[in-house]
Each structure stands twice: as C-alpha cells, then as structure tokens.
Design a protein around this ligand. Structure first.
Ligand code: NAD
Length: 257
C-alpha cells in the first residue's frame, strides 16, 4: 500500500521525537498534522518548512491533550487520519509520597488518556478508509520501572496494555496497533533532567549522562529521533502488516537486562 498522500496525525510534534517522526513521514510523502498545546508563530512556521521541503501538505493544529474533548477535536479537525501517532508526553520525577496530585493527573491525562480519546476518534476514519496504523510512543518505562517515576511508569505500562486491546479489536481488519518503546533519546524532555541529575550526584554533564542517565542503556548512546522516525515508518509499511499488538524497543539493549 503506497504511503504517498496518506495523512498522519502526530500528537506532541513541535519538538523532539514527534518532530523527528514528522520529518521522516513528510520525507516519505505523507501528509502530516503537527500538534501541541501552543499556538505560536514558530509552530505554524514548522509546518510551512516541512511542507516546502517535501512537497506535502503539513498543518499545525493546536490542541491541549490534557483535555479529552480537545484530543477528540484534533482528529475531527484533521479530517483524515490514516496513521495516528500518540506521542505527546510529559515527565515529573518525585518519590510517590511526595508526588504532587496535579502532576499525577496531568501525566495520566497527557501520556495515557489522550491516546484513548484520539484512538476512539480515529478508528472510524481508518475503518472507512479501509486501512490504518496506530503507533503509540510508549517507553522502556512501559516495560520496566524506575524509582521516582510512578505516574510516568503507570501511564507507559497503561499505553502498552491499551495498544494490545486496540490490536485485538482490529485484528481482522487492515489496521495495526503497536507501541514503540524508546530508551533515552536526547530531546527537551531528557535535557530538562540533566541539571537536576548533575546537582543530585555532584557530577559534570558528561559523567551525569553516561553514568546516571545512560546507566541502564548498555549501548551508552542515546537513540535518535531519526531512528524513531524510521521505526515508525517501518510500522506503516506492508512488511509490518502482520505486526500488531506488540512493542518494539529502540533502547540500546536496556530491556535485554
Ligand atoms: P519533548 O518534550 O521534546 O516532546 C513532547 C511533546 O509533547 C512536545 O511537542 C510537547 O509540546 C507535547 N505536549 C506536552 N504537553 C502537551 C499537551 N498538554 N498537549 C499537547 N501536546 C503536549 O519530549 P520527547 O522526548 O520528544 O517525548 C515524546 C514522547 O516520547 C513522550 O511520550 C515521551 O514519554 C516519550 N519518550 C521519550 C524518551 C526520551 O528519552 N526522550 C524516551 C522514551 C519515551
């Protein structure tokens, strides 16, 4: 099935992994809907830049995915959704007894519940089009836990579970649902954790990255947004038509341990 001309909606895609996937998709001839909760000039400029570079249709649609109705509206406003990439996510690090309730609620809403709403809105469109791909960006934390990340680990395990359910509900249709589980990727979400880690362990940046952040990533290298774009693109290909309800780790060996 040719991908050219199909439409991909990628949540949380004005930055990091989502933007990396958007770049790979646009380069492959897909029309792309970018999203975040902001409505800045640079968000729309990003869409223009991608459209110009690859001769495809790229739009930016603002939607705050902490709100279920906005998540559903994003898909309605997109008008078509052959490929849905649920990527938006946030992080907060604190012991469970000190974890702010508002942060817990926001992480569950953005990292997990938004994918329920977008998937519910997108599946009828995929069924009507007779083809579809749901790609959830989970994490190595969808398969393994770390201390101080209760909400994130709960949301990521949750999205891996939901991926399996969507796969079973669409198993006899030309639709697949899978989760990509990245290890550490150097994006703003990870960059924000570096100063705290340096302070906590009294380390310079390079040591904090190698010995703390990449402690559990045996390759000792970050995965790249381009590698994640390539993995997502593979899941859209005909070669991946029988891959559904599973996870693909891009984690330098983390979950082999
Ligand atoms: P990032 O901070 O660069 O990107 C997160 C995106 O989500 C941004 O576009 C942001 O604007 C968007 N977003 C945040 N809150 C939103 C809201 N309320 N509504 C709409 N959009 C919102 O981080 P990233 O590292 O690219 O993370 C992308 C996904 O990858 C997340 O789900 C994250 O959990 C997952 N992930 C990241 C890593 C990593 O090491 N960077 C590892 C595993 C999984």
């Amino acid at each position: 099935m040719a991908l050219t001309g199909k439409t991909a909606v990628i949540t949380g895609s004005n930055s990091g992994i989502g933007l990396g996937i958007a770049r790979s998709f646009a380069a492959a001839g897909l029309n792309v809907v970018l999203n975040s909760y902001t409505d800045r000039k640079e968000d729309h400029a990003l869409a223009e830049e991608l459209a110009k570079a690859h001769g495809v249709d790229v739009r930016y649609i603002k939607a705050d995915l902490a709100k279920g109705d906005e998540a559903r509206n994003l898909i309605e406003e997109a008008g078509a959704c052959d490929i849905l990439v649920n990527n938006a996510g946030i992080q907060h690090v604190a012991g469970i007894d000190e974890f702010p309730t508002a942060k817990w609620d926001a992480i569950i809403a953005i990292n997990l519940s938004s994918a329920f709403h977008t998937t519910a809105a997108a599946l009828p469109m995929m069924r009507k089009a007779g083809w579809g791909r749901v790609i959830n960006i989970a994490s190595a934390h969808g398969l393994r836990a770390s201390p101080y990340k209760s909400a994130y680990v709960a949301a990521k395990h949750g999205i891996v579970g939901m991926t399996k359910v969507v796969a079973l509900e669409t198993a006899q249709e030309p639709i697949t649902a899978n989760a990509i589980c990245p290890g550490y990727v150097l994006t703003p979400l990870v960059e924000e954790q570096i100063p705290d880690t340096m302070k906590k362990y009294d380390m310079d940046r390079e040591t904090a990255i190698k010995e703390v952040l990449l402690d559990r990533q045996p390759s000792k290298e970050f995965a790249t947004t381009d590698q994640l774009g390539g993995t997502a693109l593979f899941l859209c290909s005909d070669h991946a038509a029988q891959i559904t309800g599973t996870t693909i780790s891009v984690d330098g060996g983390w979950t082999a341990m």
